[in-house]
Design a protein around this ligand. Sequence first.
Ligand code: SAM
Length: 221
Amino acid sequence: MHTGQTGHVELARAQQERWDSAYAKRPQLHGLEPSAAARQAVERFGAAGIDDVLELGAGHGRDALFLARQGFSVHATDFSETALDQLRHEAQREGLDDRVTAALHDVRDPLPPADGAVNAVFANLLLNMAFSPSELRSLVAEIRRVLSPGGVFVYAVWSTGDPCARDWRQLGDGLSVHDGFVGRFFDEDLVRELAEHWQLDELTPYHEGDRVLWRVGLTKQ
Ligand SMILES: C[S@@+](CC[C@H](N)C(=O)[O-])C[C@H]1O[C@@H](n2cnc3c(N)ncnc32)[C@H](O)[C@@H]1O
């Protein structure tokens, strides 16, 4: 893998193309059922009295649409316009377009919302994408910045306990590659490190299909 700023920019561009072509080739790539993390997030956001959610790395929107069906207002972002088009189309088809908005955004760039403007952030399998450690730390700091005090961040990531962690080819910098997709498997220490400055409410290992994941719940203090 290339290292340094230029290398990461090239990696990001290549990953954007990889995801875009995957969504173009196979619409609804992740299926129509919501993720296990989204099902659990609904409970958590509901208990906290939250009714609006910023979703990062939403893909074609299986979770954004699920959240909207449960009555949440969702602003979904991703860096694949192809996936977002599928999301918008489905939202319109289901009559949910008044509750779901979708915008192209690369989370390496600052998040658009103002400080403290968001009550909940949800990200299923985004943080384990091709980010350098410093990009990952900046992203988590940005999420904290846009959340209101007491705001909630729920995310899920691939775990080092996942069988794929052994099979994927190592690239260095903690990243691995398979079929052109680059990602990072998280150990518990990394989850805890990223939770510095937050209240860590939940750190749960779980299985989804044959994958092994972490589900993490954080509150901005
Ligand atoms: C494993 S998929 C998960 C999609 C969706 N959250 C789901 O569970 O159905 C990862 C998503 O992150 C998006 N992604 C990867 N890197 C990104 C970045 N730098 N900025 C925004 N989105 C990104 C990809 O386009 C893809 O849609």
